[in-house]
Design a protein around this ligand. Structure first.
Ligand SMILES: C[S@@+](CC[C@H](N)C(=O)[O-])C[C@H]1O[C@@H](n2cnc3c(N)ncnc32)[C@H](O)[C@@H]1O
Length: 411
């Protein structure tokens, strides 16, 4: 890839570089305008958070005051608890402000205009507020001690497989290129780079990109930051204090990668950014493939960008993200069908576990928990796609066999 890592920022410090790869869909000017609009919409969401959550707390207070007085008297701690919740929300807002501070200079090849402190923050949609709340919980999964058990079940199987397929005592890890699409807050990609592999995370959401930039480049001391990730959960709390539990991050110094590590993050839509064929030794996807409108697009992209002999390692469920969104294409395939497509592209399934229980941003104290029964697999793009040093097939095997069938029909 053309991206350099470890660019210097304005302060002369070493920073992981972020690059914005454009999506060209309509006229470039219009595309830029929409891009800027989206960028500011996400910044607004970070700034609107406090107002939004305070409104929710105010609603609880109104409902409480509506109760008969003798019922209110039974709960002397209710209003003081709401005051504590407001305090936690205010703290979260401070962290969110810090996250978006200077974000306009985050991407080295994209300008978003000047930030204006006097610009009135626009109210955000519930949809964007939900995304922001999920992003806050993602800090727990990726960068807190609390998230370690979850990382052990989700990330460790992928890392173990990388270590098995590309053993560091038998190959030069720095020459093994690994891509992590849908990298979230970057911990998996960071861990892979920490082991010495050349690893790039790719992420599309500004919510995630602003936050990963913050943790990777701005958080220097272990557990120096506090968030209240469960503060928005008003149901299923066993104790009132559970809602106000703080989580500290980062559990490890993000700048502690060994010298000469090759780690980068690239912003943009996975299938639009990664078009260069035969580039990667390994693509690692975690809770990612169900973010596609059409999962076959992802399979095709992974097939194309893997070098012959390269591997795709996947862990995740099939909770199709666009399933319930109006006016959005969404093709919901069963794992059986996804696997059939993978095989038809020519991948060889080398490892497959159909039932790997995991959680995703779990609140361990909640009275409601979700368990994902994930699929895990390692699929290889066969090495024999090269013959006499030339690539002979960079397309689906089924295309070829269909062609053969057609030829047979004609004879
Ligand atoms: C369910 S999250 C998983 C994040 C991370 N892999 C983890 O396991 O914690 C899916 C991630 O994929 C990102 N994503 C969705 N569509 C994408 C696309 N087309 N290109 C790149 N990233 C995408 C989302 O923004 C989100 O961060």
């Amino acid at each position: 890839m053309a991206e350099a890592t470890g660019e210097l920022n304005a302060d002369g410090e070493q920073e992981e570089a972020y690059f914005y790869r454009e999506r060209i869909k309509c006229a470039p000017d219009e595309e830029d305008r929409l891009e800027r609009q989206h960028f500011w919409k996400v910044i607004d969401a970070f700034r609107y958070y406090r107002i939004h959550v305070h409104e929710r707390v105010n609603r609880s207070e109104r409902q409480f005051r509506f109760l008969p007085e003798h019922h209110q008297m039974l709960l002397p701690n209710f209003l003081p608890n709401l005051a504590k919740i407001r305090h936690c929300v205010d703290h979260n807002q401070e962290v969110l402000q810090a996250i978006v501070l200077n974000c306009i200079h985050m991407f080295e090849n994209m300008e978003y205009g000047e930030d204006d402190d006097l610009r009135k923050v626009q109210p955000s949609s519930t949809f964007d507020m939900d995304k922001l709340k999920s992003t806050i919980k993602q800090f727990v999964r990726d960068w807190s001690e609390t998230g370690k058990p979850e990382r052990d079940t989700c990330y460790q199987p992928l890392i173990d497989e990388i270590l098995r397929i590309f053993p560091r005592d038998k190959c030069d890890a720095s020459k093994v290129s690994i891509l992590v699409p849908g990298a979230g807050l970057g911990r998996l990609a960071w861990e892979i780079a920490r082991l010495g592999y050349a690893c790039q995370g790719n992420e599309w959401s500004f919510f995630m990109l602003f936050s990963s930039n913050f943790v990777l480049n701005r958080c220097e001391e272990v557990n120096s930051m506090i968030l209240y990730p469960w503060i928005h959960q008003f149901s299923n709390n066993r104790r009132s204090s559970d809602q106000m539990r703080p989580v500290t991050f980062p559990d490890i110094k993000p700048q502690s990668l060994p010298p000469n590590s090759d780690f980068s993050m690239v912003a943009g839509d996975f299938k639009e950014v990664y078009t260069e064929p035969n580039t990667w030794d390994c693509v690692t996807t975690c809770f990612f493939i169900d973010t596609a409108h059409n999962v076959i697009d992802y399979i095709e992209t992974i097939w194309n960008i893997l070098k012959p002999g390269g591997v795709w390692i996947n862990l995740g469920p099939l909770l199709y993200h666009f399933e319930n969104m109006a006016n959005e294409l969404s093709v919901e395939l069963s794992y059986e069908d996804v696997k059939a497509v993978i095989l038809k592209y020519g991948f060889q399934m080398e490892v497959e576990r159909e039932s790997v229980p995991t959680t995703y941003t779990e609140n361990e104290k909640s009275m409601l928990k979700y368990l994902y029964d994930c699929v895990f697999f390692v699929a290889r793009k066969p090495a024999h796609l090269f013959s006499n040093g030339f690539q002979t097939a960079n397309r689906c095997q089924f295309e070829e066999s269909e062609q053969n069938e057609t030829n047979d029909d004609m004879t």
